[in-house]
Design a protein. Structure first.
Length: 173
């Protein structure tokens, strides 16, 4: 049947046949060109988290030591007692320390938008520097350790660190 249609078209309109052959050839060449292309995503540096840094007692002990250092160096900002039921702010700070305990980078990771609380959290972290030296087994290949800590702020601007925090009040006064 196809031969009969082709023969019929050739007899009637040879220019249509040439156009069809050209389109078919162009489509085949396009498919060949596309099939030869591959997409290779750019390589991202692999983040190597030391196994000891994942849910270990050593990491918990180091986080506790860091929280105590921050509290010791900032006594006028630390809340003693029970945090209020509805906190003024919760500021999560991400920071990186080197093998000597120096803070290489710090930034607010999560917040409710309270600029004063954010500034206080970052300033109290900087004031606590240098932090205790992290255990070697927690360091990544570059000799660094990334941590996060939560600053829990009461209305009066005083905070507790989640690592050391007392249970919150259950009633709103």
């Amino acid at each position: 049947m196809l031969t009969r249609v082709r023969h019929c078209l050739t007899a009637v309109r040879p220019d249509l046949v040439r156009a069809a052959v050209f389109l078919r050839a162009a489509a085949c060449m396009g498919m060949v060109a596309v099939s030869a292309c591959t997409f290779t995503p750019p390589t991202r540096p692999t983040l190597m988290i030391p196994p000891a840094a994942i849910n270990s007692a050593t990491l918990d002990q180091y986080r506790d030591a860091v929280a105590k250092r921050i509290a010791e160096r900032n006594p006028s900002y630390v809340l003693h007692g029970t945090p209020q039921a509805m906190l003024r702010s919760l500021v999560v700070v991400s920071f990186t320390v080197d093998r000597e305990g120096r803070i290489l980078a710090s930034s607010v990771y999560r917040t409710n938008g309270d600029d004063e609380a954010e500034s206080t959290a970052l300033a109290t972290l900087r004031r606590a520097a240098p932090l205790p030296q992290p255990p070697t087994k927690l360091l990544d290949a570059r000799g660094r350790l990334e941590l996060m800590e939560d600053w829990l702020f009461n209305d009066d601007g005083k905070f507790q660190l989640r690592e050391l925090a007392s249970p919150q009040s259950q009633t709103i006064d």
